[in-house]
Design a binder for this molecule. Sequence first.
Ligand SMILES: NC(=O)c1ccc[n+]([C@@H]2O[C@H](COP(=O)([O-])OP(=O)(O)OC[C@H]3O[C@@H](n4cnc5c(N)ncnc54)[C@H](OP(=O)(O)O)[C@@H]3O)[C@@H](O)[C@H]2O)c1
Length: 274
Amino acid sequence: MIKLNNDVEIPEIGLGVYKVESSDMERVIKTAYETGYRAIDTAWFYKNEKSLGQALKNLNINREELFITTKLWNDFQGYDKTIESFNESLENLQLSYLDMYLIHWPCPEDELFIETYKALEKLYYDGKIKAIGVCNFKEHHLETLLEHTDVVPAVNQVEFHPIFNQADLQSYCEGKGIKVMAWSPLMRGGELLENPVLTKIANKYNKSVAQVIIKWHIQQGRLVIPKSQNDNRIKENFNVFDFKLSQSDLEEIDGLNKDERQFRDPDDVKIGIM
Ligand SMILES: NC(=O)c1ccc[n+]([C@@H]2O[C@H](COP(=O)([O-])OP(=O)(O)OC[C@H]3O[C@@H](n4cnc5c(N)ncnc54)[C@H](OP(=O)(O)O)[C@@H]3O)[C@@H](O)[C@H]2O)c1
């Protein structure tokens, strides 16, 4: 477990459920829970909050065991719409509070994210959310946010993998007490998992490339939320606590960086357009 800037604890590894079909959700969540996952990352945009809520309910466990994160979609930015959308997400998830609520994209054109974040602060002060934060905020978005709001975000969830290594943003965030959470930590699988440098390191530890990448994130202080809907890969991605990468392995993985985003630049994502 890792302590956030308000002393709330969050597991290092969570399960991302983007693109997990509703029909698969119950099995996926059951496997994840049995494997040891306690944190789940969804979003209003993923259209699976309802099936996730039902799957969590079916686990029949104490709510306090879980760390559930969802995100406010771009179209609902603004103070009142944020409160409304939060309530909808909570109802979808069949929960009475959220562990973490994040602004999905800054949509910076009119700095509406300031009003949006003030709504998150209100929900946080009211005890409906344990930790609040943002996603896809660059340094300049965070500078604006910090200047106009009171609660320092607990987390900034951003694209982060060996080919797009945002170490500078991570250093900036850490300086402000903001934890970086890596989305697409495996660069969505595929080609990266065949990279020869990563394969060589993986063979050394008798681990898979995915496990090596997940460990690289954890050892460098990032929270990580790999997505899988495959039972074996859900287990594989969590089985990373029995080895440790050396400093030279970490540096070799850092050396793979090409500063190449695989997805949208946050400054180009606008309300109503995705
Ligand atoms: N805030 C944001 O803007 C944002 C954006 C994107 C994603 N996210 C969050 O981050 C989570 C993770 O990111 P992501 O889903 O984009 O990508 P990812 O976790 O990097 O990769 C997921 C892909 O890799 C495959 N995979 C997973 N484990 C594997 C393994 N051990 N070996 C081989 N292939 C494996 C999965 O297939 P199988 O399912 O078939 O295993 C899936 O196709 C999302 O689910 C979501 O919660 C947030």
